[in-house]
Design a protein around this ligand. Structure first.
Ligand code: SF4
Length: 310
């Protein structure tokens, strides 16, 4: 079956990257809150990927458009600075190691000035790859992996179908770091619902501390129609925390997580309030900011619902 190019879903920090699809869908399509739930994982043929890289070269070096290449390729290339590439899709690290190595080697050969290649990875993908394989990918400029941690609470992880527990999250995170790959992880405020809120936040702080990533971000749960969690909510089996309670979770995480040197942010569009800083240095300032908002208790100070995004 012909590979169908996925839409562009990427971390905000990859805005200047070229988006090169290796897969579509996600290999762990069981997370009940995620738009990739139930998606079918498809792998793109290496030759097809190489053809796209060749088309990139033709355009960048000679301004040549090929009629067979999708318009989106040229739309992205127009402003591409040839420094970064982001490998799509939901967890491109699932791509088999020999093929992944071949693709990245080809990219490096054609664009020797590349500085960094980024990728979404599930904890399972990281655990499946050997440390040597990850190190080889790192040497080939796979410089950053974005990994959804979501929670540190085993009960929440199990309920939402993450497919790994707290200990495995930590093992995966540390393994990527050990390979020299920068790690950017995210947790989801509100994922424990009302009942599990406090424990979810504390365990999220704990898992972040144990992984000790270079980047950590908080997102806020946004229910996606068609997902099992949305249905649970509709049926009254899952209760959403309030926007102000999401700030309480955020404060608990900032307060309780201990990092060596981490850029922490809640700048993502899903959040009701944005705070960011280097931890541990900026902890007091960030906590003061959150406390001030919580003390006022005024929902008008938060991002309005219609401006929130996934
Ligand atoms: S592993 Fe990530 S992308 Fe895949 S279904 Fe779960 S949350 Fe979504």
């Amino acid at each position: 079956m012909e590979f169908e190019r996925p839409g562009i879903i990427r971390p905000p920090s990859e805005h200047a990257s070229y988006f090169l699809p290796l897969t579509s869908g996600c290999s762990n399509n069981t997370c009940t809150f995620c738009g990739y739930y139930g998606s079918k994982l498809r792998m793109r043929e290496v030759d097809d990927i190489k053809k796209e890289i060749d088309a990139m070269v033709l355009y960048v070096q000679h301004g040549i458009h090929l009629p067979t290449v999708p318009d989106i390729v040229y739309a992205v290339l127009q402003s591409w600075e040839q420094r970064r590439v982001f490998l799509q899709d939901g967890d491109a690290l699932v791509y088999p190691f020999p093929k992944l190595k071949e693709v990245i080697e080809y990219l490096n050969e054609k664009f020797p000035c590349l500085e960094r290649i980024g990728i979404y990875a599930t904890p399972q993908d990281v655990l499946r790859k050997s440390l040597d394989e990850l190190r080889t990918l790192r040497e080939l400029k796979l410089g950053i992996a974005y990994m959804g941690v979501e929670s540190g609470d085993d009960e929440v992880l199990q309920k939402v179908g993450k497919g790994v527990n707290h200990a495995q999250l930590v093992e995966a995170g540390r393994k990527a770091k050990q390979a020299g790959i920068i790690l950017s992880v995210t947790v989801i405020l509100g994922l424990g619902g009302v009942e599990g809120s406090g424990r979810h936040a504390l365990e999220a702080a704990k898992v972040l501390t144990e992984i000790d990533p270079e980047y950590a971000g908080a997102l806020t749960l946004t229910l996606v129609p068609g997902t099992p969690l949305y249905e649970q909510w509709e049926q009254g089996n899952f209760s959403l925390i309030t926007p102000l309670d999401s700030l309480k979770e955020l404060k608990m995480i900032v307060e309780n997580a201990d990092f060596t040197d981490c850029f922490f942010s809640s700048m993502h569009a899903s959040n009701y309030y944005s705070v960011r800083g280097k931890l541990p240095q900026d902890k007091s300032r960030m906590l003061r900011e959150l406390e001030a908002i919580l003390a006022k208790g005024d929902p008008a100070l938060l991002r309005p619902e219609f401006l929130r995004g996934l």
